[in-house]
Design a protein around this ligand. Structure first.
Ligand code: ADP
Ligand code: F6P
Length: 319
């Protein structure tokens, strides 16, 4: 393979730039040409592309967001869109493609592979909701951002003897919520994987207050939502002043952590090694401490286990 493309797709995640850099530099090292494709699959459909060199990825390893921009491209979900993208790959001389995104982006990469453009998917999302990898690029940074912000909330919450209900991202998954709940010393975590009973939480808070507990942090995954109503009900039932904070998109920004930079660099390099061998229709993941790759369709069928012990830990050590 002599000429490959790279794109980012779906929600951006810190570390995507480090992955783009690793793909580009590895490919150049191997004597391949690299085409940067802007705004996800849109760039393939609109021919919004540029040739990359080593300097195209200078000084981006430390930056959040994505140099290539990202988008959700509805046209590409249709067969006609995929066929147009394949035709444009031929036109541009793109023989293989690295797609950095979530499982929606993986489906698109599978479609292109089936039509003769070998693609490698890299897991880029803060949600960590990709079953074929233990960790996604961006997840660690997002969790560190949450912890930093919740620590700040705790300062004010503690001073006012209040309860902070904090809503964190994660789409339909509670990985960010459960991990940050433990890391922030939350009293409870509400996430889509587990049923919850607000009355039980209220009783627990009342008991905690009797034991002298001054402030309470409750982490709510966005898949549960309703943080404002939850805070209101807690205040009504316990008399403890409560405030809801939705952290929102700030969780997607910022300089990637060491862990995300290293993971993204390793995965970007691994993807190009696969393409170099003419291998496509694969996604890269990390299992334990080792990089692995799977068939895309097989990866999309996998189920990610939920850490029940970590979930229980919040309850055990919070009062
Ligand atoms: P993510 O990759 O983060 O899960 P999306 O689900 O929005 O984000 O997917 C990103 C893009 O991948 C979509 O805008 C679309 O272009 C492409 N895509 C998503 N689902 C499919 C699908 N079923 N078939 C083909 N392409 C898809
Ligand atoms: O997938 C990343 C993510 O930030 C989710 O946590 C969230 O549900 C979604 O994207 C938000 O998407 P948008 O940027 O379209 O509001």
């Amino acid at each position: 393979m002599k000429r490959i493309g790279v794109l980012t797709s779906g929600g951006d995640a810190p570390g995507m730039n480090a992955a783009i850099r690793a793909v580009t530099r590895t490919a150049l090292y191997k004597g391949m040409e690299v085409v940067g494709i802007r705004r996800g699959y849109n760039g393939l459909l609109n021919l919004d592309v540029f040739d990359m060199n080593a300097r195209s990825v200078s000084s981006i390893i430390q930056r959040g967001g994505t140099l290539l921009f990202t988008a959700r491209c509805l046209e590409f979900k249709e067969e006609a869109g995929v066929l147009k993208a394949v035709e444009n790959c031929h036109k541009l001389g793109i023989e293989g493609l690295v797609v950095i995104g979530g499982d929606g982006s993986y489906r698109g990469a599978g479609d292109l592979s089936r039509h003769g453009i070998p693609c490698i998917g890299l897991p880029g999302t803060i949600d960590n909701d990709i079953s074929s990898t233990d960790f996604t690029i961006g997840y660690d940074t997002a969790m560190n951002t949450v912890v930093e912000l919740v620590d700040k909330l705790r300062d004010t919450s503690h001073s006012h003897d209040r309860c902070s209900v904090v809503e964190v991202m994660g789409r339909g998954a509670g990985y960010i919520a459960v991990n940050t709940a433990v890391a922030c010393g939350a009293v409870e975590v509400l996430c889509p994987e587990k049923p919850y009973d607000l009355n039980e939480i209220i009783t627990k808070m009342q008991e905690g207050r009797k034991l002298g507990k001054q402030n309470f942090i409750i982490v709510v995954a966005e898949g549960i939502g309703h943080s404002a109503e939850i805070a209101k009900k807690i205040e009504q039932e316990t008399g403890i002043e409560s405030r809801a904070t939705i952290l929102g998109h700030v969780q997607r920004g910022g300089s990637p952590t060491v862990r995300d930079r290293v993971l993204a660099s390793q995965m970007g390099n691994y993807a190009v090694n696969l393409l170099e061998q003419g291998i496509g229709n694969r996604v890269v993941g990390v299992r334990g401490n080792k990089l692995v790759d799977y068939d895309i369709q097989e990866a999309l069928q996998m189920k990610k286990p939920f850490d029940d012990d970590l979930y229980d830990l919040t309850k055990i050590i919070s009062i």
